[in-house]
Write a protein that binds this ligand. Sequence first.
Ligand code: SF4
Length: 356
Amino acid sequence: MSEKENDNLIGSLLQSWYAQHKRNLPWRATKDPYVVWVSEIILQQTRVDQGHDYFLRFIERFPDIKSLALAPEDDVLKIWQGLGYYSRARNLHTAAKQIMEKFNGVFPASHSDILLLKGVGEYTAAAVASIVYDLPCPVVDGNVFRVLSRLFAIGVPIDSASGRKLFTETAKSILDKQNPGTHNQAIMELGALICTPRLPKCPECPLQAVCLAFEEKNVTGFPVKKGKTIQKERYFSYFHIEQNGYTYIRKRNNSDIWKNLYEFPLIETEAPSDLLKLQANSGFSSLFQSAGEVYIEHKLRLRHVLSHRIIHADFYRVELNGQQNTDLEKEFIKIKSASISEYPVSRLIHKYLETI
Ligand code: SF4
């Protein structure tokens, strides 16, 4: 069989398998570019079962580009709360405004114009362009890397520049140019359901007869990776203040994690801490020096894992008896304690709030 015939065979095997086995997912029932785009952004770094309900809530609250563009950012972040990687929500919001201003409210229809949208990279542009507009753009996401590396026994690391180039060329060479959207969805679905990272279901795989890694009995030897992600450990102490039915929060507005989400007063330390050590910290005295009588109790310790960081968080419940605290009011927003649920917060703070 020639290389070309083999590529055509892979495309047709993939698509007939997909026609029978694809999951019935709400974003697959439409060719609305806005809806497909939102689903693609939600599904980056998120499993389908976790993203499904978020997608439905997001589309219900922001059914089109205009409603998203006009919404306050706090509302967008609130709907996103718990999904993580909040830059995705901020970028969706910015891109919706971009579409209103630069494309007269109409979702762009070319691969190069889709790429101009904030937060849209090569993968998302190719996915929307092929699924919605049938443009012959190959997608290469984690699932596709894995399937292709096994199918062709590619030993070049997927996290190298040469690897990314090679995998993109390989995806392009097997792409069914007549049905690029279905082809792309089929290979991603195969990676999600059959050619899984651990224990791939090779006996059920439509590509088994043409899979080199299977033939070499080395399916788990692929894909090859260069290096592991180093996770930095960070130590947070949060102070949930209670003062006559009010509490204090602030918006994180630096370039660190959780930008524009709200949080309680925080002291970050280089190493694990406790109340005694915190009381000697200058951050502690600047928070509470003018607070009068302060009662503090340790409530909860949580370990929260992000892609590049592990956060060790301690939550302290603080009772202040005074009526006013001008130092805290200068730096933080004073809100009614009961209204904390209206503010977008990180999953970590959300977990704490669920315990009180
Ligand atoms: S035969 Fe196994 S390793 Fe090869 S593509 Fe199918 S599931 Fe993946």
